[in-house]
Write a protein of this length. Structure first.
Lengths: 295, 408, 288
């Protein structure tokens, strides 16, 4: 029982990291990144491959963050000059290209067979519930650090500029600040967070394969930040918790409501994600945690 | 405004956790039941098979319970969807193990999913019975505790069978086409290894991506090598499209296709002329066997189509049946280790051949039994793998008929 | 040589499917000003409606008509229930909502029809040989269906009053409003047109491949690429770009392999955005 909740909490914490990254990009800067899962994929594979080589976790996590950020750099340069909905499409395509690359480059990634047997984190604490709880604590600590840093960023001059970019890009240009440079940095920062999340994910699931990194993950994160409240740091957490409560809760619905088959439940789950996106954009674009203009 | 929203959030969360807690409370007790987790690929790449697999677990459990249960216990099923994704599968398995307290997880399908789930079932000391082909699942660490059982042929076994058939049919210039996933490539690579071991050459190898509007350029590359037979590692949807386009090119090759793709659905989708002469290879689902007839009846009742359409559903049917027989043989209140000790005993020779749970339960009173399954003869080796024989069927006038059996 | 020509033919027919999807996308993009991610799933709707009505009636033509009808109904519903209400907001809002619409459509199809593949059951025949080039009757059918659809769309766009108003809105929305054009009727017509075109594209894809709940979503990225390559809001451009992409993809396959060819659409898209953001046929409105 406890182990199940710890398992869910770990996934929630990983998704919260992803949501925080996306929140920085969209909520605070207005970048419509539909390719978030691509950066997560880069991080996951980096961590998995380096763990295979015997790198210690802190180093491989750092590498995961750096590589994910570097992957964002060229994308940022070429695309951030584009109108925002164009960037959305380009980033979606980017994440698909990442997936195609890890599928194709078998010498490095073992292709579709994936990389099994990635060691668990915090192995020195033992196994079972103790080890899982240790991972969860570590993840919570990472999340707290990230949230604190993001709060600092929001209130720094850098933070004020990226918000200004979101609200009125032309005004920023008029002040002689080039928005592209800031956008690239924000994109890389968010990508680094996704990379770390991916590294945690790889170690937790213990197996990575290309078809784990499909666009649906990106849209689930989007659903989370839209539900939680765009631009709110707390929104990322709340939204992720609701998302997982729903995704996992639907499992129990089946035990309680037996007449709906699992096949239908899978479709229903997708339908509810869709419906939530529609209803929130229609009726509560500011999300549950309130408007980003009133922080 | 905000406070109100926070309250809504809290309510939602409270509701969710109550939902989570409720079944745990009601289901945790009951020593008179043996709990089974049906963890199947209901959606995702395994979608065409997962629904039937799950329904056959439920149907087989009903059959066991109708016969008075196994080892004095009723079976209970908790169904979950892996979404053919490791992450969803891990969470689903955690839920089955922690909340539903299942004692066996049955019917994981994709190799990636089984590889991700097997550490959890090992930690919990419960069974994992799967339909995955990856060789890594045979030995340690994946199967260190001997609680993993494979009901499907391994990729290498399939490849060896394909090579045997090629040799026997006198083909000289085989080419391969594989769906770009672990199973598709596993089959054709297994074939290449076995074929080259015989001192032959594969003239062309193409790996294709799914979900495309056309596979003609892939076909063109394969056909340019002038193969006399094309060996596939494919699924139903892509095979349907590829064969249709191949026929439209006007070429005349033979095809060797795994049984899960070359099935009655394929023939129905393409018609008799296109499918004439296709060679379908599957680990023997004894259509002749009594076990298959029983399974087939259950499948037709649940899915309104022939049980031949879903080789994996026959495997999940066998999983429940053989597990229940082991439970029966181990007697009341046996723990997992005791049941595990009986599993090979009821499935492998020697013993009276039986074809279903009720029959086996009767026969167990008299002595040893040997369950002959619907999916294969079901004899487990020391790794928990079956070494199925392979049935080779030819399509003629829209009918699949088995010509011979290949033993490897 | 013959095999090269065959590759090009394959590219053209695959490209026509993508091109039609891109046409629907570009109509919405040009007039409602957002990227409609539900385009692919509207294709799926058309394919399912056609498969079901063909199974009932035995006529493929009737299936196509029923498919187009279903596509129109679903597109209009999406417009009336969702997109119309978001018209005043930022385009990204509609884009996000369209992903929601896509998921809801796919979920509904999954519940109603299950995940087993369906096929049209059109007769499969051997090819005709024209100068050693193998031409397949189904391709001809696809070309004819596409041509008929394009004819209807272009007649409506260029030879009717409502079409003229649509183009006016696409060119300059505020000018159109000042001239007394009611955006409501234009929108309804546009969505009906887009839904019908999607559905026909879906039927064509279904006839070439198999019908399954995920079929349309998989076509979305190539369709986006064709839309941008053709120049947003440019109907002819979308179709030509779709064909071009299809042909390039087939011809390039020997060099890039069968996996990377899927990424090709993306690189073309990126290249166009960097070099000529307005697309091949686009006018003033750029991508920056």
């Amino acid at each position: 029982m406890e182990a199940y909740f710890v398992a869910i909490a770990i996934i929630v914490a990983i998704y919260t990291l992803l949501a925080l990254g996306l929140n920085l990009q969209y909520g605070l800067t207005g970048l419509i990144n539909f390719g978030h899962v691509g950066f997560m994929c880069v991080g996951a594979y980096t961590a998995a491959l380096l763990a295979e080589q015997g790198w210690p976790a802190p180093l491989s996590f750092l590498a995961a963050a750096i590589l994910a950020a570097l992957a964002a750099y060229p994308l940022g340069l070429v695309s951030l000059k584009l109108r925002d909905d164009y960037f959305a499409i380009v980033s979606l395509g980017f994440s698909e290209v990442v997936r195609i690359v890890v599928t194709s480059e078998r010498w490095l990634t073992n292709g579709v067979q994936g990389i099994p047997g990635i060691p668990k984190l915090m192995g020195f604490t033992g196994s079972g519930l103790v080890q899982a709880s240790a991972v969860l604590l570590l993840l919570i600590a990472v999340n707290i650090v990230v949230i604190l840093v993001m709060r600092r960023i929001v209130h720094s001059p850098f933070g004020r500029i990226i918000e200004a970019i979101r609200d009125n890009e032309d005004a920023v240009k008029a002040l002689g600040k080039e928005p592209v440079g800031f956008k690239v940095r924000v994109l890389m920062l968010g990508a680094a967070l996704a990379g770390i999340a991916g590294a945690f994910y790889a170690h937790y699931i213990g197996y990575v394969a290309p078809d784990q990194f499909i666009p649906l993950i990106t849209f689930q994160i989007w659903m989370a930040i839209i539900m939680g409240g765009v631009g709110r740091v707390s929104g990322a957490l709340v939204g992720t918790v609701i998302l997982m409560a729903f995704l996992e809760g639907s499992r129990f619905l089946r035990d309680v409501v037996p007449f709906i088959s699992e096949v239908e439940m899978a479709s229903v789950r997708l339908g509810v994600v869709g419906l939530a996106l529609i209803l929130f954009t229609l009726y509560r674009p500011q999300g549950l945690m309130g408007d980003f203009t009133r922080r | 405004m905000t406070t109100c929203d926070r309250r809504t959030v809290l309510k939602t969360l409270a509701g969710a956790s109550m939902l989570a807690a409720a079944p745990g409370l009601t289901l945790a007790q009951g020593a008179g039941t043996f709990r089974i987790g049906a963890l199947n690929p209901v959606t995702g790449a395994g979608g065409p098979y997962g629904g039937g697999m799950q329904k056959m677990i439920v149907a087989a459990v009903e059959a066991v319970n109708a016969a008075g249960g196994a080892g004095g216990r009723k079976l209970e099923v908790f169904a979950e969807d892996t979404q053919t994704q490791p992450q969803a599968a891990v969470l689903a398995a955690k839920k089955l193990i922690e909340i539903n307290k299942v004692q066996a997880v049955l019917g994981t399908w994709a190799s990636g999913v089984s590889l991700a789930v097997v550490p959890l079932t090992n930690d919990a000391n419960i069974f994992l019975m799967h339909c995955s082909g990856a060789p890594a699942l045979s030995g340690p660490p994946a199967n260190a505790k001997g609680l993993g059982y494979r009901f499907q042929a391994t990729n290498d076994q399939f490849g060896r069978a394909f090579a045997e058939i090629c040799a026997r049919e006198g083909f000289k210039r085989p080419a391969t086409m594989a769906f770009n996933n672990a199973s598709g490539i596993g089959n054709t690579e297994g074939f290449r290894k076995a074929w080259e071991k015989k001192g032959n050459k594969v003239v062309e190898t193409v790996v294709y991506e799914p979900s495309q509007p056309s596979y003609r350029s892939e076909l063109q590359k394969v056909l340019a090598a002038k193969p006399d037979v094309i060996v596939m590692g494919s699924y139903l949807a892509d095979t349907t499209i590829i064969l249709r386009e191949w026929f439209q090119t006007g070429e005349n090759q033979k095809w060797i296709i795994p049984g899960w793709a070359a099935n009655p659905d394929l023939i129905k989708a393409l018609g008799n002329e296109v499918t004439e002469g296709l060679i379908s290879v599957e680990s023997v689902s004894n259509e002749q066997s009594q076990a298959f007839k029983i399974y087939d009846a259950a499948y037709q009742k649940a899915m309104k189509q022939s049980g031949l359409n879903n080789a994996y559903a026959a495997m999940t049917w066998d999983m429940v049946t053989v597990l229940a027989l082991a439970l029966e043989a181990a007697g009341p209140n046996a723990d997992i280790a005791a049941v595990n000790a009986k599993l090979r005993e009821v499935a492998n020779p020697p013993g009276k051949q039986v074809s279903g749970f009720a029959e086996g339960k009767e026969a167990l009173k008299a002595g040893k039994i040997n369950y002959e399954g619907a999916s294969s003869v079901l004899d487990f080796d020391q790794f928990g793998d079956v070494t199925p024989d392979f049935g080779v069927s030819f399509v003629s006038k829209g009918q699949l008929s088995r010509k011979y059996i290949v033993k490897i | 040589m013959a095999s090269f020509v065959e590759l090009v033919l394959t590219g053209i027919t695959s490209g026509l499917v993508v091109g039609l999807a891109a046409l629907a996308l570009t109509l919405v993009f040009g007039i409602a000003r957002f990227a409609n991610a539900a385009t692919g799933d509207m294709m799926t709707v058309g394919a399912y409606a056609a498969v079901v009505s063909m199974a009932a009636s035995g006529s493929f033509t009737l299936g196509v008509v029923a498919g187009a009808g279903a596509g129109i109904v679903v597109a209009l519903l999406a417009h009336l229930l969702v997109f119309r209400r978001l018209a005043a907001r930022a385009p990204v809002t509609s884009l996000l909502a369209s992903i929601g619409v896509a998921f809801v459509i796919r979920a509904a199809i999954g519940v109603a029809f299950g995940h087993q593949q369906k096929v049209f059951g059109l007769p499969v025949v051997r090819p005709w040989r024209i100068f050693d080039v193998r031409v397949q009757p189904i391709d001809l059918a696809v070309v004819i269906a596409a041509a008929a659809t394009l004819l209807v769309v272009f007649l409506i766009l260029y030879a009717t009053p409502i079409g003229r108003r649509m183009r006016a809105v696409a060119d300059d929305r505020s000018l159109a409003r000042v001239s007394g054009i009611s955006p409501d009727r234009v929108m309804v017509t546009m969505w009906a047109l887009a839904g019908g075109v999607c559905a026909v594209a879906g039927v064509m894809l279904g006839a070439k491949t198999v019908v399954s709940p995920d079929m349309g979503w998989d076509m979305l990225l190539p369709a986006f690429a064709a839309t941008i390559l053709g120049g947003i809001g440019h109907p002819v451009g979308a179709v030509v770009a779709g064909i071009l992409l299809g042909v390039v993809q087939e011809i390039a396959t020997p060099f890039v392999g069968f996996t990377y060819k899927i990424a090709l659409a993306f690189f073309v898209l990126l290249l166009v955005l960097l070099v000529r953001p307005a697309g091949l046929f686009g006018h003033s409105e750029g991508a920056r």
